[in-house]
Design a protein around this ligand. Sequence first.
Ligand code: ADP
Ligand code: MG
Length: 704
Amino acid sequence: MRADMDIKFLAGVGERRASLLSTELGIRSVGDLLHHYPHRYIDRTKVYRIAELREENALSMVQLRGRIVGKAYLGEGRKQRLVATMVDSTGEIELVWFQRTNWVEKQLEVGREYILLGKPSFFGGKANIVHPELETVEKFLSRGNLGMQGVYGTTEKLTAVGLGSKGLYTLQCTLWEQIKESIVETLPEELVHSLDLMSRREALQNIHFPSSPRALQAATYRLKFEELFGVQLGILSLKAGRTTMQNGFFFPRVGELFSDFYNNHIPFPLTGAQKRVVKEIRADFTSGHQMNRLLQGDVGSGKTLVALMSMLLAADNGYQSCMMAPTEILARQHFASITKMLRGTAAEGRVAVLTGSTKVKERRQILERTESGEVLILIGTHALIEDRVKFGNLGLVVIDEQHRFGVEQRAKLWTKNSQPPHILVMTATPIPRTLAMTLYGDLDVSVIDEMPVGRKPIKTYHLKEALRLRLHGFMREQIALGRQVYVVYPLIKESEALDYQNLYDGFDNIIKAFPTPDYTVGVLHGKMHPDDKALAMKLFAEGNHNILVATSVIEVGVDVPNASVIVIESAERFGLSQLHQLRGRVGRGAEQSYCILMSGDNLSRDAEARLAAMVETTDGFKLSELDLKLRGAGDVNGTRQSGEAIDLRIASLSTDGQILEQARMVASSILEGDPQLTKPEHRGLAALRERYKPAAAIDYGMIS
Ligand code: ADP
Ligand code: MG
């Protein structure tokens, strides 16, 4: 049987169930079914004695063996139920059915011995089981598989047509008998041998029908490895394809602009990490390949300066750069700080900013100066992507806080010159290593792992409502010291109206607690007119406002070094990475900074864990690892929602890091010797790579 055979031809499926399998679980071929693995197993070798059942067994699946000694209908009308009594040598237990009782009753023979699967519940110390699954002992024994039985993920609609977990299990039994002979090994024999892996056939058999816990473990390992290995083959091939092409702009010169800036205008000495990254980028610029580099650096680590120096290198070689930011506020802020840093250099006046709200006349001028090559650095938002933005000679694209940009948008920028420009993607979102290797595995990665000197770690506190007056007192003290304060409210699409209400109420309360003329308070949120937003941000940045009440629009990148306190309202509603981003808005100057997490009194376990982690550490990488554990990779990488999942069926990015590292190493060494996978012993690998090939549209974007 071929793995690509339509599932409808498998005995026991047919048209109707096939179409449901496809829409509900994405199972279209028998191969898809074969790769629909159990998510857990019931140990069928463990048979409980009735007297052994304890309250702690409640609601977990147990197996019993006993004789039915009586059955009767109790109750009236719709409340009628069928109750049977089962006994073994240690005691008796009641079995209850509320529906379809006729059908059950017919099957249930008094005096006969059954194997029962079900979840006991307890009333007054007495156990009973509602809707158990029963099978005669003869039938159970005749099925042969007496080890662990797989429990399969399914849906209500499938259950209604007989494809609940047990129905799927039965299909798997049917399928296995027909397909087992045609299962071939995908991995080279040598690899299977050297890594001591279970063969593919044995692994598939044991994942569905484990012969022992050890065999199940070996099967799981083998299949996880194969999956992660396939993903890595795909990603590393993509990268190899890029680096073997000689289509990168060549920037050999370190010229006047770069040197003058570095020697005479740089506002502070570079940190060691910044220097290292600038070197890595310089190496890319002279490699002949197009650069595709991800620059990771925790909030406040000084990525902007690295970007600026890269753009100056491009300019020294006769190329223009553009820098895309995810929000208008951020674009304008970059423009302001870069303009300031370049004052007095030959690049002064050759920087421009273009956003959606740039006025028509000004826009026309900027477009002209960009096309003529007069503008060396164009900063902006999505507006940069538009077709009417034409460059004289674009050589470098910097994307700040990339997680808001999709691949398609980036791809559009590539076409703005005859050859693709170099790409530098900067993110402050610390990405767990496993996720980075999977989502960004084809990019080169630089890390700024050192903060500018003199920064004091931010102190974080978690307060509940009762302490609000103390909070206000603390804010007054800090303001008296000349510091500024952010107060941030959550804003979520689903609850937008209510969230705005909370924001306005919060604003009112702050104004009452911090009245004019002693205090001035600004407000900033997404629904404001761009001019008002820019003004609010400007007033705060220039120190005119003591307090800025805002939504999480300030999450990304905003830099006001004098702001040293951030109060995050309803902190329990934010994700961990977002909390970390927000906290990064303070701690940018030399003073001690504070982050105050305000929350409700009753928190879920996860929320409690998130806030505790924030209080405990400021290490973005530690937090991102924890975030991955708490949320699971599917959620963290955000690709699942956008329908571009890296479809992992068995491996998990949050727990299988080691297998992933191994898979990546092996994949890389195999590709080194056989980049096209054309050797005969690699035929299976070529197919594997094809199966896991990243869609061109993988959105490298994540955590938002
Ligand atoms: P991010 O990496 O979060 O984008 P920024 O580039 O906004 O960080 O830098 C954060 C702050 O640190 C800015 O105020 C910037 O001027 C300052 N900064 C950057 N590099 C250095 C350095 N080498 N020494 C001191 N301060 C620096
Ligand atoms: Mg930044």
